[in-house]
Design a protein around this ligand. Sequence first.
Ligand code: GRF
Length: 217
Amino acid sequence: MGHSYRAAGVSERFPIAVLVSGTGTNLQALLDTVHGREAEVVAVASSAARAPALERARALGIPTEVFARSGYEDRAARDAAMADWLAQRGVRLVVLAGYMELLGEAFLQRFPGAVINVHPSLLPAFPGVRAIEQALAYGVKVFGVTVHFVDAGVDSGPVILQRAVELPDASEPEEVLAALRPLEHALLPEAVRLFTRGALEPDAENPRRVAMRAVEG
Ligand code: GRF
């Protein structure tokens, strides 16, 4: 009675953080799948105080913090404060899930090779904001989703997973988004699973390529 030990095994789950700015459906997908299983979401950081994503974390008692750009002298100061908060929580993987800010080199160096992002296009096509609108404007007939490691560029890091969907008649962003959502919600947790298992490594011959290593479990 009354002891404060956590259930056996809980503390051994791989501690991850999720960075958000908006609705948080990708965060929810992580909370519904890997959280409490392969991984433990130990921190959710938002660039926006009103992001509905924060409520999703709070509902499960997950610590949240807002790191608004306006609250700091510059981006580097914001990044440093956020990195400190994440490091204090023992975070070993940082997942960007609809996080709408760029992260500087200094932040990335605090979590080397351990920051991943989900992007609603088949990179390297259509990086940056409004990817779906860019793809529609170009006139493509195949859309898709990419989960990739984050480097100092814009959506330019090594690709971990991609999935495509043919939408030859699409004309509205909402329609494409609705088709891409389920892909994002499957691929992001899958990439987290692979990472926590130690299954991802750079291909020796082409470090831009992420190789999948067979691992136990
Ligand atoms: C997703 O489409 C993601 O690919 C993009 O921003 C959106 C975030 O959606 N980078 P949500 O906040 O996870 O619902």
